[in-house]
Write a protein that binds this ligand. Structure first.
Ligand code: C2E
Ligand code: CA
Ligand code: CA
Ligand code: CA
Length: 275
């Protein structure tokens, strides 16, 4: 048993070693990924429930690694955040998303995810204005999605940066609502335009009446605060109907459309007459 224990331990150590090397390698690759043209934005449609029309797209980052293939954001965004590379990468995402959205009809918005570090200090304002100016995108067609983790750190810088965005006309959404520890207090700290109800709540509506009650309450709360609600992770027709019944304003999820390359998003926009 002792032997086994030691072997297991050694195996575990080696495994950790590979992971550390892997991490180092990925970080090195990440440094030049955007410059090498390996980064790509995918777009996932968001629909207004009252008329089932597309209201916009969320930009989701994809990394086409030369040897590893497609690396998911769940694997490289945390690395980019830890190393600070997210600041540069985030700027690329913002510019690229704005540029692409200028090719769409005026009523369609583009939503961009932000990491906490991008809002630290006072560098974000100029980056945002730069992206809008370079692309010529009207500010109210851009949405910034922030999670609670964004408001958790350096609150004053962050709140100031978000207020500046709002004063330009940019919309601000609270992402993954309900998953953090104090989502409610953040609603008081910043006037969001939209609440995105986290996938975990939406999914569990299919089998839990309590979850339905929670989502209903969030929608009610949002209405009273003059915010719209987007349900995330809608994977079935049943969920879509339930959300419509309880007054959710918008929805996003695999049932409605998966994240897709820009060419496909454009096809969806320009071949679907009502889009
Ligand atoms: P998120 O902002 O909550 O984005 C939604 C995630 O859920 C996306 O995963 C999307 O593909 C996935 N999703 C959408 N609909 C469904 C559905 O019906 N079912 C299921 N199971 N999943 C669905 P993705 O693209 O892998 O992105 C993961 C996370 O990575 C994002 O979560 C976001 O936090 C982060 N991320 C992605 N792009 C960026 C970026 O450009 N900048 C930053 N800072 N973070 C990003
Ligand atoms: Ca998001
Ligand atoms: Ca989300
Ligand atoms: Ca998330």
């Amino acid at each position: 048993a002792k032997e086994d224990g030691r072997n297991t331990y050694r195996f575990f150590e080696e495994d950790m070693g590979t992971e550390v090397n892997d991490r180092r390698e990925l970080i090195l690759d990440l440094r030049n990924a955007a410059a090498n043209g390996e980064m790509e934005l995918y777009f996932q449609p968001q629909y207004t429930l009252s008329d089932y029309q597309i209201s916009g797209f969320e930009a989701l980052l994809r990394w086409n690694h030369p040897t590893r293939g497609l690396v998911s954001p769940g694997d490289f965004i945390p690395l980019a955040e830890d190393t600070g590379l997210i600041v540069q990468l985030g700027e690329w995402v913002l510019e690229e998303a704005c540029r692409i959205a200028t090719g769409w009809p005026d009523h369609l918005r583009v939503a961009v995810n932000l990491s906490p570090r991008q809002l630290r200090g006072n560098a974000f304002g100029p980056v945002l204005i730069g992206a809008l100016m370079k692309s010529g995108l009207k500010a109210d067609r851009l949405e910034l999605e922030v999670t609670e983790s964004v408001l958790l750190t350096d609150t004053e810088d962050v709140v100031e940066a978000l207020h500046q965005a709002k004063s330009l006309g940019v919309k601000v959404s609270m992402d993954d609502f309900g998953t953090g520890y104090s989502s409610l207090s953040y609603l008081r700290r910043f006037p969001f335009d939209k609440i995105k109800i986290d996938q975990s709540f939406v999914r569990s509506m299919a089998y839990s009446d309590d979850s339905i009650s929670i989502v209903k309450a969030v929608i009610e709360l949002a209405k009273n605060l003059n915010m719209t609600t987007t349900a995330e992770g809608v994977e079935t027709r049943q969920l879509l109907d339930m959300l419509n019944d309880i007054g959710c304003t918008d929805a996003q999820g695999y049932y409605l459309g998966r994240p897709m390359p820009v060419s496909q998003a454009n096809e969806l926009i320009f071949t679907c007459p009502q889009a």
